[in-house]
Design a protein around this ligand. Structure first.
Ligand code: BGC
Length: 734
């Protein structure tokens, strides 16, 4: 009996000791009540050099449908890895790999899972170039919030988006991925995306970390070729390429991706000026920089590093903390530290940045993704509505001769062209886990929209490219029977996006030829275009009575188009990028610097004007602008200036109108563009109603300029505020 009492007592003491020991051994870095920086310091103090370097390393994971080798796939991922690009659509694989990281690594540091969620995860909405044509950043924020929710519930913590590279060359396939040619537009929509993805806090439910890319000047690719040299003067860097990044960093973007391009001789991946001086020192960014795909190893190809080891040293010391995929850091950083070429402090700073984002995302507390059925994860009805609304607002009516649209009277429609039944091209490039089966085709959408109201005849017409004219005959036959032709032309799904440069931005000849043959039938032609870049429409435009640019509008884009064709929706999109008259005009953009003679320069063979300028887009109604009224015509530094313009809907249907506010500074110590967008606002105006648009001018921000060091100046003198074809002069005095 005594023995039993002693044993029970013994057990009791042991259990308590174990419990006490457990309490004692919960490390500081695992205690969520302790401030993040202290947790990081504690964790760093526990880590070996190799473990630190793993945190700076990113592999890929996924696209493995074979159950038999999933275990192998999981085991191939080192438990200590910092990050993975996650190609899977569900959380299962993530959780298995994450379990391995938490349970089999010495310190149990969670992995950060990244993915290219560019314009939706499964609910695909319009490409960014189209999104910007909506001039509705609130809607873009909502769309990005949908993308974040779907991605997060599928095992993704981090998106490589937004792309905010100002892009002015339609030959460059990546124009599709950004918000067009203007710095402010990229800044505003970039900020909207960051807000949509990240919300108020990275640890909030269904939020993911954003990544501003590609830092910097990638859009200046020579000749529109991808991955090549870029010549970006410091002045242009500061006044054109940097503003969207500065805005994105201010909005709290967690990470940045360095670009592939070589900037003026120093590749972006090793550019200490942009990465250290500007991003880390001036802007004090506390998140981390990830290299682009294999970009560290590619420094050897670019001719700046002699070996992968040297590439690792250069990229790391230039401020790229995480190495995407090519393993230069994994293979050489430990050695470089031992050789004294990189200090431990530098390693610690880089690891601290990566860990900071992991802590802020709450990954240490919630490393796993709850498994939720697909119907609760994707394509929720309210998410599809956001995608639909964004598509409606992104579509741009470029031409509407004799108010051909909407379709009122026509009873027989001939729907023709390679885009009419194609679903992939509506999804567009970088469509993550979007599926063709989620997409409504133009044909299907028109059948639904006009059910029992019209007779819809369909013919393929021709393929996107090639020389086969066999299907022309059927197309011509239905065109003859119809009241109107809806001709759906454009680009294949992957004709834009990464590594999708084209030497011409006209559609392939076969498509133009089809249009030419159809024109001979003598019926009105409505040209419907789906593409990821501005097009050369110099031959197609004269053949068309109306033109609708629908971009790559996502899963519900065709319904949006159908609504516009029927008149249920009044189009309100305006171009975020100039459509040149022909490819020879490139680069052509609205905010060019002034010329010595001839405003746009002069071509002997073609017009110097673009076919459709930046900001162009028609409506089914008419908007009449009142005079621009400034609160003062003379202002002093520090004073406020308010400018108003009234817009009346004088047409026959309700509609939304975007007012673009530009400024122009005729004389300045650094020559300035002919005009610069400073603010925009979109309002819905009912028939007969008048709405007031207000631009609160911040003199420093809106009239000032930066020099080639990024320093801001505001010079006295005259300025013009421009809206539409009106302008008002304001004088700044001392
Ligand atoms: C692209 C990036 C992308 C990355 C990861 C690169 O090739 O340039 O935009 O985020 O791949 O997929």
């Amino acid at each position: 009996m005594r023995l039993l009492v002693v044993s029970i007592l013994h057990l009791y003491i042991c259990a308590h000791t174990v419990l006490w020991a457990q309490i004692q051994t919960v490390p500081v870095y695992k205690d969520h009540e302790i401030p993040v920086e202290e947790r990081i310091t504690d964790l760093l103090s526990e880590m070996t050099l190799e473990e630190k370097v793993w945190q700076l390393t990113q592999y890929t994971l996924g696209i493995n449908n074979n159950e038999n080798n999933i275990e192998k796939t999981v085991q191939e991922v080192p438990a200590e890895i910092g990050s993975l690009i996650y190609f899977e659509m569900g959380p299962e694989l993530r959780n298995r790999v994450q379990h391995q990281a938490i349970e089999n690594s010495r310190l149990g540091i969670p992995i950060l899972f990244g993915c290219d969620v560019i314009h939706g995860f499964r609910t695909i909405y319009p490409i960014p170039l189209g999104q910007a044509c909506s001039w509705n950043p609130e809607l873009v924020e909502k769309a990005c919030a949908v993308a974040a929710q779907e991605a997060k519930m599928s095992g993704v913590d981090w998106t490589f988006s937004p792309m905010i590279d100002v892009a002015r060359d339609g030959r460059w396939g990546r124009v599709a991925e950004g918000y067009g040619e203007d710095p402010l537009t990229n800044a505003v929509f970039g900020v909207a995306s960051v807000r949509g993805y990240q919300g108020n806090s990275l640890s909030d439910k269904n939020k993911i970390a954003a990544c501003l890319k590609h830092y910097i000047g990638y859009g200046a690719s020579e000749g529109g070729r991808d991955y090549v040299y870029t010549e970006v003067s410091r002045q242009t860097m500061w006044d054109t390429y940097i503003p969207p990044y500065e805005a994105g960093i201010k909005a709290g973007a967690a990470t940045v991706m360095s670009a592939f391009n070589n900037i003026n001789g120093i590749p972006a991946t090793v550019n200490k000026y942009t990465l250290v001086e500007v991003l880390k020192k001036r802007w004090k960014h506390l998140g981390f920089v990830v290299s682009d795909w294999d970009a560290v190893g590619q420094l050897v190809n670019q001719g700046v590093a002699e070996s992968r080891k040297e590439a690792a040293r250069m990229a790391f010391t230039a401020g790229v903390e995480m190495n995407m995929r090519d393993n230069c850091y994994r293979d050489y950083l430990p050695e470089l530290v031992k050789e004294g070429k990189i200090s431990l402090n530098q390693i610690d700073d880089a690891v601290r940045r990566v860990l900071r984002i992991k802590f802020e995302l709450g990954l240490f507390e919630h490393p796993y993704t709850p498994t939720v059925t697909e119907d609760k994860r994707y394509l929720l009805p309210e998410s599809k509505l956001v995608a639909m609304k964004l598509a409606e607002e992104s579509i741009v009516l470029l031409k509407n001769k004799k108010n051909m649209l909407p379709l009122f009277k026509q009873k027989k429609i001939a729907l023709i062209g390679p885009v009419a039944k194609n679903k992939g091209c509506l999804l567009g490039s970088w469509s993550a886990h979007g599926k063709s089966s989620d997409v409504t085709s133009i044909y299907e959408a028109l059948m639904l929209e006009f059910e029992n109201k019209i007779q819809l005849m369909y013919a393929f017409g021709c393929d996107f490219e090639g020389e086969d004219v066999l299907s022309f005959t059927e197309a011509l036959n239905i065109a003859k029977q119809a009241d109107i032709i809806l001709l759906c032309l454009g680009e294949k799904q992957r004709w834009s996006g990464e590594n999708a440069s084209r030497s011409t931005i006209a559609l392939p000849r076969i498509q133009e030829q089809l249009a030419l043959e159809l024109k001979k039938v003598g019926k009105p032609i409505v040209l419907i275009l789906s593409n990821g870049r501005p097009l050369d429409l110099s031959r197609l435009e004269p053949l068309s009575d109306a033109i609708l640019e629908i971009w790559q509008p996502g899963i519900n884009g065709a319904q949006a188009l159908a609504g516009i064709l029927s008149g249920r929706i009044n189009p309100s999109g305006k171009l975020s990028i100039t459509f040149p008259y022909s490819v020879g005009q490139i680069p052509i953009y609205y905010n060019r610097r002034k010329a010595a003679r001839w405003d746009q320069g002069f071509y002997m063979d073609i017009t110097s004007e673009p076919l459709f300028p930046f900001g162009y887009g028609l409506s089914y109604t008419e908007f009449k602008y009142g005079a621009i009224i400034p609160s003062a015509t003379t202002v002093k530094r520090g004073e406020k200036l308010l400018i108003e313009v009234c817009v009346t809907n004088t047409g026959k249907c309700d509609g939304a109108e975007t007012v673009h506010w530009f400024i122009s500074d005729p004389y300045c110590s650094v020559t300035r563009p002919v005009k610069e967008l400073k603010y925009f606002e979109k309002q819905f105006i009912r028939v007969g109603e008048t709405k007031t648009y207000r631009f609160e001018v911040d003199l420093e921000r809106d009239l000032g300029f930066v020099d080639e060091t990024g320093k801001r100046f505001l010079e006295t003198g005259e300025y013009y505020i421009l809206v539409g074809d009106q302008q008002v002069k304001v004088e700044l005095v001392d």
